[in-house]
Structure formats: structure tokens, C-alpha cells
Design a protein around this ligand. Sequence first.
Ligand code: NAD
Ligand code: ZN
Length: 360
Amino acid sequence: MIHKNFKNIDKVIYGRGSFSQLAETIAPTRIENNNYFVYVIDNYFKGKELSEKIQNEPSDLIYFIDVDPCEPTTELIDDLRNEILLKKGLPSGVVGIGGGSIMDIAKALSLMLTNEGSSALYQGLNLIQKAGVYHLGIPTISGTGAEVSMTAVLTGPEKKLGLKCDWTVFNQVILDPELIASVPKDWWFYTGMDTYIHCIESHNGIRNNAFSLAYGDQALKLCREVYLNDSAGQTSENDDILMVASLMGGLSLTYSEVGVCHALSYGLSKILGTRHCFANCIIFQHLGDIYPQGHSEFIKMMAKHNIKLPQGLSKNWNNETLNKMAMVSYNLPFMWNHALGNNFKEIATLDYIKNLFKRL
Ligand code: NAD
Ligand code: ZN
């Protein structure tokens, strides 16, 4: 058995107001390359207070990127990389400010500034040839764990798959809970539940171990404080907790694996474009037999926050759509293996997976 050699984030700043430390944090890196920084910022923040607080240098390039309705594509990364290199050559680093989509854009851009050709060539594990430039992530929604993961998920012409290697991981993250206060309530729920589901799936499978359990147990405890206990709700105290839960949930799954919900979620997102965290919630509500304990808590949390999820979706899917979705999920054997055990191939057949999709 080969044990994972997990590359963690180099440095983390955590705390309310820590966003104001951005300029001083990147200052020493400005001696690198052509002495300027690229900022990729969620378009939501254009004209808002946050964008005035960046304290960038005049030579820096700032891009506001609209992440609605599409998740990041290889084309977006390639075009951005080409434009930046043409304009000013290699930057000292990339700063990403936004949700999981922007975290992935910042990570992928950092890598593609130094690796030639289209990013579609590098979708997969350890295909990147050279280290990227310095990159720093500032999450503004908590849940996906993209701030800590070793992958930058992109939708390419053929597949939705991450650029996955040690160099993908951020050199620095700044976790400022003030930045997630404006997240709409439904997204606060869906993205937080991504963390919750990461932990449930990481725990319930053959690849869990003391390392992943320690992070996952702590992240679950924090999720219960935010979504289930008497003090639950979208408050500033809970935002402080949720940011840490997201990071720890990410660490838990990195050293274990996700399971059935994520395997199905990739199918739903790839074929119908449903956003990752929302797709997970739509699916997890139907997995009571597979994850009984996690499911019953999830249903309680939904009720507590008056969350209504779409029902009866599969009625509108024809056989071709179901087949395509099932195929995407089927091709994630490491998730099925973790969740169902070593005889997973006998259980997770295409028909079995199609039947799971029919529950939605
Ligand atoms: P997102 O980045 O897609 O953003 C969702 C919405 O929230 C957008 O409309 C955005 O503009 C808005 N938003 C962001 N911050 C806000 C704020 N503070 N206030 C108000 N609105 C705000 O959201 P996400 O769910 O965090 O990320 C999903 C993406 O993450 C997908 O592309 C998925 O593929 C990727 N992902 C990556 C990993 C990884 O490990 N790299 C893991 C899971 C998912
Ligand atoms: Zn997830």
C-alpha cells in the first residue's frame, strides 16, 4: 500500500479583519519575475468595499470574473494566461478572492503561467511539468475546501477534471470570516453542507484513518455548531467557525476519500451543469440507506433552516441523459471503492448507479 504524501498550504492567516494584511503578505514576493501581481476577484465584489481595500500597486493587473452561471473552464484559463503574458510577462504571483470557482481559477492560472499549451492537456494527476508562480487564496464562501485542496477543477472540452499536483496547493491563504457575511442564506447552507458531506463520506469508507478522522470529527463538530445546535444560524460567531470547518473538512477528505454523493454529484454537474454544492445537497437527501446517521442530521439541518430542495428531477431525464450521468460517476472507481469496499465493482454497476440517479 502506498501512503499519500500530502502537500499542505505553506502558510495560513486566520482572523477577522485579516484581509487588511494582504498587501504586506505579498510584498516580499514582488521581487519575483516582473514585479507585479495579478488579482482574480469574484465579480460580485466589483464596486463593493472589499475591492477598495486591496491596496494594490499601480502596476498590478486586476480581473473581476463572473462565475455565474458557469464553473471555470480550460478556455477561460488559457485566454487569461495568454492575455497576461502578452501584456506584462510573468507576474510575481496570483491572488484569488472569491468562492471555490475563483480559488480554482487562481490555482490553475498560477500553474498555466509557466506550463505551455492548453490547460486541457494537464487535467489529471501529476501532469503539470513545472511549478507555477506564487499563489494566494482568500475564500469568500466556505465549504468546498478548495482553499486547501491539491486540485483546481476545470471544465474542459472533454472532461470536468482538476489540475492535480503538489504545485496546485496555495502558498498562502488568508481566512477572514468577515468576507463570508454577505453569502446568501441558501448558498451558505449548500456550501456548508459540502463540508458536512466531505466529513461523512471521508469517515464512511475503507480509506479513513486516524489522520483523516481527527480533522473530520472536528469539522463535523463545528458544522453542528453552525447548522444544528441551539446557536445555529448565519451569525458572525458561526462564520468564524465555518471557515475553519471548511478547511478541516478539506484536510479530512484529502487524507481519505469522498464517496457515493460526490461520485453522483460529478455526473450531475458534468451533464446538467448543476453547481457542486447544490448538486451534493440534491443527492444527499436521498442517501439515507447509504449514510443513515449523516442523512438524518442533514434532514434536521434542512428543516431547521427551512431549506427546500428540488424534487422529482429525474422524471424529466431520458435514458440517454441518465446513461451519460451514470457513466461519469462510474468512472470514479476510487470513490466507489472507498464507499462500498473492495468488491465495489460487483455493486456499483452502471444499472446500480442509474437507479441512484432515478431517486433524484
Ligand atoms: P462559487 O465560487 O461558484 O460561487 C457561488 C456564488 O456565490 C457565485 O454567484 C458568487 O458570485 C457568489 N459569492 C461568492 N462569495 C460571495 C460573498 N461573500 N457574498 C455573496 N456572494 C458571493 O461557489 P463555491 O460553491 O464555493 O464553488 C464552487 C466551485 O468550486 C465549482 O466550480 C467546483 O467545481 C469547485 N470545487 C472545487 C474543489 C476543489 O477542491 N478545488 C472542491 C469542490 C468544488
Ligand atoms: Zn465537495
